[in-house]
Design a protein around this ligand. Structure first.
Ligand code: SF4
Length: 759
């Protein structure tokens, strides 16, 4: 071993500190958790510790590739940039700037500069046609925050150090960590709450890994979360749990909210949510009596079709109970800038545009992914004809894969920027090779850095710990060159474009012979640090385990800087009230009359993060080479299925065929399939394409009627399905819903202990 370097993982929000052994050839030999890290203190998961194997895959994109017929052929950077630039210029001139779109995937969000430069590229083109993975899993939170708190990135989070009653709804931190919030080792943190006498409730259709570690599991029928929240609020108000002073001084709209929740007593919602009224009252009592309480939710709520309404009521509960912006309740993080003020001045995240198809408001300056296929396939002014896909794989992660594939094949230009040739890349006219997180310098990404979403704030800088082996480039540099090639200066500023181009020629840049020059990334991040009074990047590197920042505290938001027009938390925004008026009674009646149909939830496997870690052999070997349909034994028996049988799963959106895995920890009436599978159409992924798992998202509907109107979210969980023994001609949706073989060693009994997964 030549040396050990320190860095941090950029796969999920935990940002675990890592120690990385580098051999004499400069290759990564081993990765360990950094025990001395100021926050993550020796915590990391298997994905983080084996990520170098993913990056070192022989399948890795190494050169720009151009599709010729059904194959991709290596071309030079000059050729790629010239041809892409010429096409963008032509489309922009003939069809207008909005004919050129971009989809920003989750991987982009874990880099500080990548999303900024991607947005800058689109600003330069003058196109509003932005799409993001957030409308698959979290846009409801941004849409609601904009209306309730005045800024989409104002996202309160539980004060885990002091909370005495924590209610977790549709989230599984043990596997997925805390979405948005940087906090490692979730099991330890949850057990600490109980050790100091606090209560934890886990509301979920499945007894998740989180529910097994701490707290009381409260089983709920999928997609009835909004009625749980309404009854919680109704009972809170009825039992005197409202902080009258906070409501009077810092909020508006309480009377409308009181009227809204009044009909939703725990007894009324019990038959639909399946949560006994007595259980709900006990939860409210604990919440009311706690000296600091918080409700927290994630994808199970977000993705269920009513995420905006549910999250809204959750935030109302946190506010009217007096727990918003106080120790032990929910806190507003302080990033290295006043992000809300920046947003108000720049308009960032507040674009007022509406989509051509469906008239959806943009959320965080992006339109719903659920209408992307329609925007491509529907003729007329503004029809999408070109798409850049940056750090994502929408063909696997979005609803309606078949129609999306048809749409992508109809594009005149499809370009991917990625580290691997995934399904979307397989259809792309050009695949441009990007660097991995280990091949670029970085600071923590936007949520911790700009929004302050860290339980214990700190700063950390990392240099690259590995040198790309060919022509891969960091995305920020790539967007500068793409902007030049397209004749559309980055951020719409010729001065910025010239300055950035000039900086790429400055001595000391990436001088690999094969790759074009890169931006001085460390210098750019140093500028961010210096402008915010945090010294230089180089100075921060001298603290390889992180530099602690002042702790989070309450009392920084209410009455001080709530960015709504009247400086108060808006409990009853008109748009959300109207949506509630339109939907709640109809939805409730539909649920009440449909007590027995099966609902499909999605889940995450601890080794298969979203759609992109299936190309590492050790993550998908043996019994893990497919996903399964998890069923309660009672449901399986009723459907005539046994453990290991193949089942056909049919929804309004599509159909798939998949092996059954009996699982007693699901609430009867709920079935589950892990998402992110279905890689048989990515010939460039030599490992993932041999797995037999199916893409659960073929069961989800896309299009205008399937999109939640306030947030633009697709419904990707809680989908009504029929499940029956596989028979006859396969009903499987053709694309990425391929059949999987029976599970080896199938037995007719309940399955073995569940591997760690979450929805
Ligand atoms: S929990 Fe795992 S994937 Fe997430 S940052 Fe830590 S090591 Fe990486």
């Amino acid at each position: 071993m030549a040396e050990t370097r320190h860095s941090f993982c950029r796969i999920c929000e935990s940002l675990c500190g890592l120690e990385i052994d580098i051999d004499d050839a400069g290759e990564i030999e081993a990765i360990r958790p950094d025990a001395a890290h100021v926050e993550t203190a020796g915590f990391a998961c298997v994905k983080g510790l084996k990520q170098h194997r993913l990056y070192g895959s022989p399948d890795r994109l190494r050169h720009p590739m151009k599709r010729v017929g059904n194959r991709h052929e290596r071309i030079s950077w000059d050729q790629a940039l010239a041809e892409i630039g010429a096409k963008v210029r032509a489309l922009r001139g003939d069809r207008g700037p909005d004919s050129i779109g971009m989809y920003v995937g989750t991987a982009a969000g874990f880099s500080l500069l990548h999303p900024i430069f991607a947005q800058g590229f689109m600003n330069g083109i003058g196109s509003k046609s932005m799409y993001a993975s957030s409308t698959q899993d979290c846009s409801n939170k941004f849409a609601v925050a904009r209306q309730v708190y005045g800024f989409p990135f104002t996202q309160p989070f539980p004060d885990l150090d002091h909370v005495e009653c924590l209610v977790i709804v549709g989230a599984n931190p043990m596997v997925s960590k805390w979405s948005f919030l940087q906090v490692p080792n979730p099991g330890k943190r949850l057990r600490e709450i109980e050790a100091r006498g606090g209560r934890v409730f886990v509301v979920d259709p499945r007894r998740t890994e989180t529910a097994k570690v701490a707290g009381t599991h409260v089983a709920i029928r999928p997609c009835t979360d909004v009625f749980f929240y309404l009854s919680f609020l109704q009972e809170l108000i009825a039992s005197g749990g409202v902080d009258e002073r906070v409501v009077a001084e810092h909020t508006s709209g309480f009377e409308e909210i009181r009227a809204l929740c009044a009909p939703w007593t725990p007894e009324r919602t019990e038959p639909v949510t399946r949560i006994p009224a007595a259980t709900l009252r006990e939860m409210v009592r604990c919440h009311r009596e706690a000296d600091g309480a918080a409700l927290y939710s994630s994808t199970g709520v977000n993705m269920g079709g009513n995420g905006a309404l549910a999250f809204w009521i959750q935030e109302v509960i946190n506010a009217v109970s007096g727990n918003l912006d106080r120790e032990g309740g929910t806190l507003i993080g302080r990033g290295i800038i006043d992000f809300a003020r920046f947003g108000a001045r720049s308009g960032f995240g507040l674009r007022p545009d509406r989509s051509r198809i469906g008239g959806f408001a943009s959320v965080n300056d992006a339109y719903p992914g659920g209408i992307l296929a329609d925007e491509i396939l529907t003729p007329g002014p503004g029809q999408l004809r070109a798409l850049f896909v940056t750090g994502g794989n929408p063909l696997i992660t979005m609803a309606g894969a078949e129609r999306l594939k048809e749409a992508f094949e109809d594009l005149e230009l499809l370009v991917t920027l990625d580290i691997l040739p995934n399904e979307t890349g397989a259809l792309a006219h050009y695949m441009l090779p990007a660097t991995t997180p280990f091949e670029r310098p970085d600071l923590p990404f936007a949520f911790p850095l700009l929004m302050g979403m860290q339980a214990h704030p700190y700063l950390q800088a990392t240099r690259p710990v590995h040198t790309p082996d060919a022509e891969q480039r960091d995305e920020a540099s790539l967007y500068v060159d793409l902007a030049r090639a397209c004749g559309t200066p980055l951020f719409g500023s010729r001065i910025a474009q010239r300055g950035l181009e000039w900086s790429m020629r400055w001595p000391g840049r990436d001088r690999r012979k094969a790759a074009p020059p890169s931006l001085p990334l460390e210098g750019l991040m140093s500028l961010v640090l210096r402008l915010t009074g945090h010294g230089s990047f180089r100075k921060l590197l001298r603290e390889p385990h992180g530099r602690p920042l002042p702790p989070q505290r309450g009392g920084v938001f209410l009455g001080r800087k709530v960015p709504t027009p009247d400086g108060r938390v808006a409990l009853a925004p008109p748009e959300l009230l109207a949506l509630a008026g339109e939907r709640l009674e109809t939805l409730f009646e539909r649920e009440r009359r449909d007590p027995s149909s099966l609902r499909l939830i999605t889940r995450r496997h601890v080794k298969t993060h979203n759609s992109w870690t299936h190309n590492e052999e050790s993550f998908v070997s043996g019994a893990r080479e497919t996903n399964h349909l998890y069923m309660h034994p009672e449901d399986a028996e009723a459907a005539g299925l046994r453990h290991g049988d193949l089942a056909d799963v049919v929804s309004k959106g599509g159909a798939l065929r998949i092996p059954v895995h009996l699982h007693e920890e699901l609430q009867p009436g709920t079935v589950a399939i892990p998402h992110g599978w279905g890689h048989q159409h990515a010939p460039g992924l030599s490992v993932a394409s041999r797995t037999t798992g199916v893409n659960v998202n073929v069961l989800a509907e896309s299009g205008v009627d399937a999109v939640e109107p306030v947030s633009g979210m697709s419904r990707l969980t809680g989908i009504p399905v029929e499940v029956r023994p596989a028979r006859g001609p396969q009903e499987t949706t053709r694309w990425t819903g391929l059949p999987a073989p029976p599970v080896p060693d199938a037995t007719p009994t309940a399955g073995p202990a569940e591997p760690a997964q979450s929805r």
